[in-house]
Design a protein around this ligand. Structure first.
Ligand code: GLY
Ligand code: MN
Ligand code: MN
Length: 425
């Protein structure tokens, strides 16, 4: 990625709200695989470190800032063994061995420590929490280089979804779809997937983070695919739901309901909008649709006040996206987490601004663990058409997810080119 990290650090430093604290961000250390061997898990530099350095492989690295003397990057000294076995080259920066003296020269000053903890250094917990919130907030608007990289991830992802359209038929296994989808990402420049692809047919379409299995789709079953390509640590996070064969009228209505809610939520993604209003707006649209379909009873607002929407829409409307699948989601500075149970999995509570990239991902599901729970059945006995809900158990669910770049006017849908029809393209 073509990023000027010196310029980025110069932009970030004043946004941190530091007075005289020392600011440290650790890359983290490699982890050995659990068995007794010399093999390591793939090293992933902490996101807060990577954003400031672009150094993906600097295990043990530290980027440090002293308001009085500026930024300094300490990197590990490459060993002969690493050169021989891994082909590593020395990274630019100061040797890590110089870090203790640099810190010692600042003894007595408070330390704010983000990223992975640096061994032997004590930080000020309250200041660290406040500075982390400020740092997250400062990196929310995407730079042009980040947006361009996301566009490349989106086109690799588009190629993957296009390649599997003809396979979305009865008899295809979740695993086959994963193999063809991901291979196409890689052919189009992706290095890895942004997260473990989620592919579920039939009842598995209602498992939020379900891994693809050998299960074969039957005629008339939903196939839900939540997957995206990754490049240089930036990811796309897209969900589509298709049908194997012919949909029933009920499945068409369910799909259309989620699609309508998605369109409307996307249109609400304007600068100044409150994320939680976008979430609740989508909940109202989804529940209105379920009332029309005869699955829920009453008014959408009253059902949502009772948290009855959580039976069918138990997750949040989306999150920030970019450097990782949650990127800098979280709270607007100065806010605390809203304690309402129905917002427990809403991954952010903030004001939408131009330059943010967010997902919008409404869904409706028939989840046995929720719908068969006697406590919920009793609590919501008058809210749900239970005989109809019982018939739907096993149907799985529908989710649609796109990635939006917020602009001054309507959002730009970065994933609009990915086929979004119930019947595969
Ligand atoms: N891909 C997982 C999620 O959307 O949260
Ligand atoms: Mn997703
Ligand atoms: Mn998502």
């Amino acid at each position: 990625m073509n990023v000027d990290y010196v310029a980025r650090r110069a932009r970030i430093a004043p946004a941190l709200g530091l007075t005289d604290e020392i600011f440290l961000v650790g890359a983290g250390d490699p982890l050995a695989k659990p068995e007794i061997s010399d093999a390591m898990l793939p090293f992933i530099a902490h996101q807060e470190y990577y954003y400031l350095t672009g150094l993906a492989d600097a295990s043990g690295g530290i980027i440090a800032y002293d308001p009085a003397s500026g930024w300094i990057s300490f990197v590990p000294t490459v060993t002969e063994t690493e050169q021989i076995w891994e082909g590593r080259q020395q990274l630019p920066g100061e040797p890590l061995a110089k870090f203790p003296a640099w810190l010692g020269a600042r003894a007595g000053r408070r330390v704010v420590m983000l990223g992975a903890p640096v061994a032997g250094v004590r930080s000020d917990a309250a200041r660290t929490a406040a500075v982390r919130a400020a740092y997250q907030h400062a990196r929310r608007p995407k730079e042009l280089a980040e947006i361009n990289l996301m566009r490349r991830c989106a086109s690799a992802t588009t190629a993957g979804y296009a390649a599997i359209q003809s396979l979305l038929r009865p008899g295809v296994s979740e695993r086959r779809l994963q193999i063809e989808l991901e291979a196409e990402y890689f052919r189009h420049g992706a290095q890895v997937t942004g997260y473990d692809s989620i592919i579920g047919s039939g009842p598995n379409a209602a498992v939020f983070h379900g891994a693809p299995s050998a299960r074969v789709a039957q005629a008339g079953e939903f196939i839900l695919i939540d997957s995206g390509a990754q490049l240089d640590r930036y990811v796309i996070d897209v969900t589509r739901t298709y049908i194997a064969g012919e949909p029933s009228a009920f499945q068409r209505d369910l799909y259309q309901n989620v699609l309508n809610a998605e369109w409307r939520a996307i249109d609400r993604c304007r600068p100044g909008a409150e994320w939680r209003d976008i979430h609740f707006g989508a909940a109202v649209d989804l529940i209105d649709g379920l009332i029309t379909m005869g699955l829920m009873k009453g008014s959408a607002t009253s059902l949502i006040e009772q948290e009855a929407h959580m039976l069918f829409f138990p997750h949040g409307i989306g999150h920030m996206l970019g450097l990782g699948v949650r990127d800098a989601s979280g709270l607007e500075p100065g806010r605390t987490k809203d304690p309402r149970p129905c917002l427990a999995s809403l991954r952010q509570d903030l004001i939408v601004r131009a330059g943010y990239i967010v997902t919008i991902e409404p869904g409706l599901y028939f989840i046995p663990a929720l719908l068969n729970d006697p406590v919920r059945r009793k609590k919501y006995r008058d809210c749900v058409n239970w005989p109809l809900a019982d018939k739907c158990l096993g149907l799985g669910g529908v989710r649609l997810e796109d990635n939006l770049l917020i602009t001054a006017t309507a959002p730009e849908n970065l994933t609009a080119a990915i086929p979004k029809t119930l019947i595969p393209a």
